[in-house]
Write a protein that binds this ligand. Structure first.
Ligand code: NAP
Length: 247
């Protein structure tokens, strides 16, 4: 479904990003991916993916919250791959605590890594998308951005911000055939959620109509649809991938 395309995925050394890279490579896309600190994991993944699917794969250590680094990254990816067709703003972190205890640093870290990064990378790739008169941008939000969550005011604000940004990009870029959509995953089994204790996990799962946590493949398949020509008339939307948790 993505044969010959190049996809840039932030935060793909593990978790959802890694799952997306795998499904996209399987569908013929060349993969440029970023990570923050997992140098060894990223190198191993790069080699594994290109050997398995015969596509070009390159990992870049690049802090998505850093504007200048994002600009340099997009230029480097275009130099290495020739172009960028799909951008997935997936890199994200949590620093959960009640507002009463939240430090300014915890607020800034989450907003910069989750929301500012989306501005940084989208702006960095824009020149290429406008030149190509084509592009698909997918922003990894969260259902918490729709519902809010006690103890996650920084995270929920960043994810709600991504949805507002997505809708604005759809309106700004639609006339140039550049689409922008968001995915709002619910409870997905990754390292980010592995640290939750069993009781909290059970409480989440009890509220899900499909009675299970999602897999990285569940999210990756939704991304595949939004990245591919199967969704050429879809922009500005938020697709909830949450087993029916939010309806
Ligand atoms: P994860 O397992 O913690 O992986 C996060 C990825 O982001 C890693 O590759 C990490 O790189 C990278 N990263 C972190 N900070 C970065 C930075 N400043 N610059 C570049 N890369 C950075 O997380 P996940 O569960 O896969 O989540 C992925 C996305 O989905 C996030 O945006 C998250 O908010 C969203 N989401 C997740 C869930 C869920 O249930 N898991 C639900 C809703 C939304 P390193 O390995 O180098 O640290």
């Amino acid at each position: 479904m993505l044969k010959g395309k190049t996809s840039l995925i932030t935060g793909a050394s593990r978790g959802i990003g890694k799952g997306i890279a795998e499904v996209f490579a399987k569908n013929g896309s060349n993969i440029a991916f970023t990570f923050a600190s997992s140098v060894e994991k990223a190198k191993a993944f790069e080699e594994e993916l290109s050997a398995k699917y015969g596509v070009k794969v390159k990992g870049y250590q690049s802090d998505a919250s850093d504007y200048n680094a994002a600009m340099a990254l997009a230029d480097q990816v275009v130099a290495d791959f020739g172009s960028i067709d799909v951008l997935i703003n997936n890199a994200g972190i949590t620093r959960d605590t009640l507002l009463m205890r939240m430090s300014e640093e915890q607020w800034d870290e989450v907003i910069n890594t989750n929301l500012k990064s989306t501005f940084n990378l989208t702006k960095a790739c824009l020149k290429t998308f406008l030149k190509n008169r084509a592009g698909s941008i997918i922003n990894m939000s969260s259902i918490v951005g729709l519902t809010g969550n006690a103890g996650q005011s920084n995270y929920a604000a960043s994810k709600a911000g991504m949805i507002g940004f997505t809708k604005s990009m759809a309106k700004e870029l639609g006339s140039r055939n550049v689409r922008c959509n968001a995915i709002a995953p619910g409870f997905i089994e990754t390292e980010m959620t592995a640290s939750l204790d069993a009781d909290v996990k059970k409480q989440w799962i009890d509220t899900i109509p499909l009675k299970r946590g999602g897999s990285t493949d569940d999210v990756a398949n939704a991304c595949l649809f939004l990245a591919s020509d199967m969704s050429t008339y879809i922009t500005g939307q938020t697709l909830n991938v949450c087993g029916g948790m939010v309806i």
